[in-house]
Structure formats: structure tokens, C-alpha cells
Design a protein around this ligand. Sequence first.
Ligand SMILES: [Zn+2]
Length: 148
Amino acid sequence: MDTVSRRDRSRIMSRMKSSGSGPELVLRRVVKELVDYRVLYNVKSLPGTPDLVIPKLRLAVFVDGCYFHGCPEHHRPPKSNVRFWKAKMAATIRHDFEVRLELRSRDWTVWVIWEHEVKDEKALRKNLKRRFEKLIRDSEDPPPDQVA
Ligand SMILES: [Zn+2]
């Protein structure tokens, strides 16, 4: 049972996906520092409009806001309009799940990064470096010297 209309949901999603917000900019910069691939942003042609895409690696990255996407560390239940917010959040989380499943079924690698992880830039860089190394190692045709 979907208690949030499609229009409401897309409005919520588009507000959250407003490009150029702080965490997304930090992510872009760190990724650009780490790898040399062509990077695309807010790719509307893919399910869920990934925040960052590296076509060569078939990698889609989402930055999830801690509140709306239900981060286990930072989400706190709303104090008013509880049913309303619960329904909206449930719709968001279900939507996240569906689009990411769809991407994975199309052979995309999907990384989901919490907003709070982007705030610790040093840890983010370390985390992404390790992930990129593994992803490039596992890809069939690894180009040389792509990881800084
Ligand atoms: Zn969080």
C-alpha cells in the first residue's frame, strides 16, 4: 500500500537530489582525486538518478541523506506528523531498494554512501580508495595506474 502519491514522492526525491549540495560536491572532488575515469553526475537515464556514475566501471554511486533515507546512526523518529513522515520515509526507502536492485540486475555495481560518511573526508577517501582498488582489480580489463 503506497501512501505517498507518485507526484509527492518525485517532489521529495527531486528536492533531495538537488544537484551541487555539499556532500555531493565533496564526493565528486574525492572521486576525481582518486581515479582518472570519465565521471557523470545525476544521471537521469539510470534508475534512481545516481549522484555519480563511472560508465567504464559500470559504477553507480548514491549519497543518501541520513534523515530521509533512514540512516541507522542518525535517523530519529519524527515528533509530529508521525504517520505522514513514516509513510514518506517508508516510500523513500522502498524506492531506494527497488532502484538499486534494478541497477544491480543490470550488472551495475552500486555504492551507497551516507551523508555522514562524506563529512569525514579523510575516512571517505580511504574507504573509496580501497573500494576502487578492488573494483578495478575485479573488472575484466583493468587499465594501468588508474588509482592515485
Ligand atoms: Zn548518518
